[in-house]
Each structure stands twice: as structure tokens, then as C-alpha cells.
Design a protein around this ligand. Structure first.
Ligand code: ADP
Length: 376
């Protein structure tokens, strides 16, 4: 079996070890040379160009993704040629456009923050004043790691976005949402096969810094009795309702009054699921491959009481990775290191570390210290 992955980032990179183990050939269409998934990069080319992707996909059994940016027109063309695109265009559109996603989740009756599509500043100001003077504005498309998200108290703060939409001439809308005063952010991953089998991992807590995931604790500590049941039910409902094939990660808010509201969807392995490489019997990367190939899914239970995953950002370009990694291996021997093979730049996610253990405080201390040493 040959799996083609569009995009050469760290998610494609982390699919390589389970592909090798399962005896699946993985071929990556990378954006440029020398990317994270270089080892499996069969082609370099533009994922927005239908001919390039079509040519790449014609030699694989199943096509999947490292990111959600392949245009709908390209996806539909592939499907028109009979290529197995997983997840398909019909599901992926909801991960590509936050307004479409909100509309669909509302139709499914999934709990989400109060929201509206606004085309004009006056509409936005009305929403803000009817929601306590603060709201969260998002661009429907193109945002990632919080880059298309602003907390505002007036439409003036997103004047540039309205101007851009007007220039665009498409009569586009911005998404505005109530500002959720959440207790914490949690994430629920599930995997679904085309034939319908769905399995969920334990719900995790995800800590964000500046709109970017910094740390994940699995399972989410201090759970109310119903939390894991409710979050799994919601994620399964979305996977089935949207017809997702592969891994679906659902980012959610747990509110102070113990409700769960869905924020974001990712239809691929996700940063909030990296813990599963060491912490679960089946990692999200292996499960994604199993799911898109319609193979039986693996068990998703935990392998130790606590797993803590901490991202590594930046790091020194002065010092070679080898030196810093050698020191961390010596000082924090329980930390499992994941180097994405990227050139470190300030704020750039270049790896992560994972520590499993019986004691949450100890595991968190070790993981944070190791990631911190690699980030310096
Ligand atoms: P992106 O797709 O760029 O990651 P998200 O929609 O996930 O953007 O938002 C990024 C972060 O902004 C979230 O992780 C959360 O911390 C914060 N955020 C987003 N929506 C809301 C909201 N409605 N209320 C409060 N905080 C929010």
C-alpha cells in the first residue's frame, strides 16, 4: 500500500515511523527541499497546483494531508479522477473555513460559543455590545496558531480585516464569537475509518501561550465525572456528522460551569495528540494511517497514568542541535525528544518532548525543564 501525504511538515515526518512498522510506503509531496518530512519526500511542488498534486496522487493508493490548505477545487478534481482523498473535500471544507464549521456544528446541535457572521463594522459593534463589551473576531480562512484571532472591544480593532474583505470584492464575512471565560482548554481526538469504526483517546488538557499550544497533559487532570464522556460523545458526533476519515482533533473550552464548547477542528494528527506516541497504545500517527487505509483501529488506552508533552520553540542557532540535545539527554533522561529537523528561529516550533510517569508534578517538571533547555 502506498500513502501519499501532501505537505512536508512535522506531522508528515511523524507518520514515517508507524508507516515503516506497518509496512506502508509513505510518499510526501513537500513544499520545498529539506523540510521536516524530507526522509519520505518523493516530490517537491506546489499543493495549490492541481496538475502537481494530481501527478503525485496518481501513483498512490490513498492521499492524506499534513495541513488543511489544499484548495477545494484541487481536492474535488482529485476525487473526480477517482483518487481516494482522506479526509475528503466534503469533510475538509469545515476545517478550512471557520464560518462553514460554525454553521454546520450549529446544525448538528453541537455546543459552541455564541457566534455570528458579520459583513460590516456596525454589525460587529452590535454583537460586541450585546455580549458584555468584549468579543473574539476571527478570519474565516487562513488563520493558524491564533494569527487570525483578535479579542476586541470595538470594530475599530479589526478595521484592517474589514478593509481586506472589501478589497477582496467577495463580500466576505468575519466570524465573531462571544468571549468564553473558560476554565481551561481541552482537546479530544478520535479516529474514524471509512467503514464507520470510530475510537477516541482520553480527553487532554492543552495549555496555550500567545494563541499557540505550549503544553498538553494526558489525560486532562481534575476531571469532573462526565467530562471525558461528554467530550468523546461530541467528537464522535462531529466525526460522523461531517464524514471525517482519519484523525479528527476537536479543540474545546471547558467553562467555569462545567460545560464543554467546541472551538476548533483539525482533520489530521494534531499537536494536542503528540502525547499519544509514548502515552497511548496506539499513537495518533499510526491510527491516522490505519484509519485512512480502512484497517482495524488500534486500542487507544493510556500506557502510564500521566503523559506530559511540551513544545520546543526557537532555540539557539549558535549551538548545534547535537550539543543541546546531548546535554538534555544526560540531564533529563526520562524526556523523550522529538526533533522536527527545522532550522531554529525565535518562536518557531522545532520539536517537542514527552515524559510519562506515575506522578503528574514530576513528569511535568521534567518535560518543562527539558523543553526549556532545548528552547534556550
Ligand atoms: P487558530 O485556528 O488560529 O488556532 P483558534 O480559533 O483556535 O485559532 O483560537 C486561538 C486561541 O484563541 C484559542 O486557543 C483560545 O485560547 C483563544 N480563543 C479562541 N476563541 C475564543 C473564544 N470564543 N473565547 C475565548 N478565547 C478564545
Amino acid at each position: 500500500m502506498i500513502v501519499g501525504v501532501v505537505g512536508g511538515g512535522q506531522l508528515a515526518r511523524m507518520m514515517i515511523p508507524p508507516a515503516v512498522a506497518l509496512g506502508v510506503e509513505l510518499r510526501v509531496l513537500a513544499e520545498t527541499k529539506g523540510m521536516s518530512a524530507n526522509l519520505a519526500a518523493a516530490r517537491v511542488g506546489d499543493y495549490r497546483d492541481a496538475e502537481t498534486v494530481l501527478e503525485f496522487a496518481s501513483e498512490v493508493d490513498v492521499l492524506t494531508f499534513d495541513h488543511e490548505h489544499v484548495p477545494q477545487a484541487v481536492l474535488r478534481k482529485l476525487e473526480g479522477k477517482g483518487i481516494a482523498v482522506r479526509p475528503g473535500s466534503g469533510a475538509l471544507q469545515f476545517a478550512q473555513d471557520k464560518l462553514l464549521m460554525r454553521e454546520r456544528l450549529a446544525e448538528l446541535g453541537v455546543p459552541i460559543p455564541d457566534w455570528e457572521a458579520v459583513a460590516e463594522p456596525a454589525e460587529l459593534d452590535r454583537f460586541i455590545s450585546s455580549h458584555g463589551g468584549t468579543a473574539v473576531v476571527k478570519t474565516a480562512r487562513g488563520g493558524y496558531d491564533g494569527k487570525g484571532v483578535r479579542v476586541v472591544s470595538s470594530s475599530v480593532e479589526v478595521e484592517d480585516w474589514f478593509a481586506f474583505l472589501a478589497e477582496d470584492g467577495h463580500g466576505g464575512h468575519l466570524l465573531v464569537e462571544e468571549f468564553v471565560d473558560f476554565r481551561r482548554e481541552i482537546a479530544q481526538s478520535v479516529a474514524r475509518r471509512p467503514s464507520g469504526q470510530v475510537l477516541s483517546w482520553p480527553v487532554v488538557e492543552s495549555l496555550q501561550k500567545d494563541g499557540v499550544c505550549a503544553e498538553v497533559i494526558a489525560p486532562a487532570p481534575h476531571q469532573s465525572p462526565r467530562l471525558s464522556e461528554v467530550s468523546a460523545e461530541i467528537a464522535v458526533e462531529i466525526a460522523e456528522g461531517l464524514g471525517v476519515v482519519g484523525v479528527l482533533a476537536v479543540e474545546m473550552f471547558e467553562t467555569l460551569d462545567e460545560r464543554v464548547l467546541v472551538n476548533e477542528l483539525a482533520m489530521r494528527p494534531h499537536n494536542s495528540g503528540h502525547w499519544s506516541i509514548e502515552g497511548s497504545t496506539t499513537s495518533q500517527f499510526e491510527q491516522h494511517l490505519r484509519a485512512i487505509l480502512d484497517l482495524p483501529l488500534g486500542p487507544t488506552g493510556i500506557r502510564c497514568p500521566w503523559t506530559v508533552m511540551v513544545n520546543v520553540f526557537g532555540g539557539s542557532t549558535e549551538r548545534t542541535l547535537d550539543e543541546s540535545y546531548r546535554a538534555v539527554m544526560e540531564d533529563y533522561s526520562l524526556a523523550k525528544l522529538h526533533n522536527y529537523g527545522k532550522e531554529p528561529r525565535p518562536g518557531r516550533k522545532v520539536g517537542h518532548v514527552t515524559v510519562c510517569g506515575d506522578n503528574l508534578e514530576d513528569a511535568a517538571f521534567e518535560a518543562r525543564a527539558a523543553a526549556d533547555a532545548l528552547s534556550r
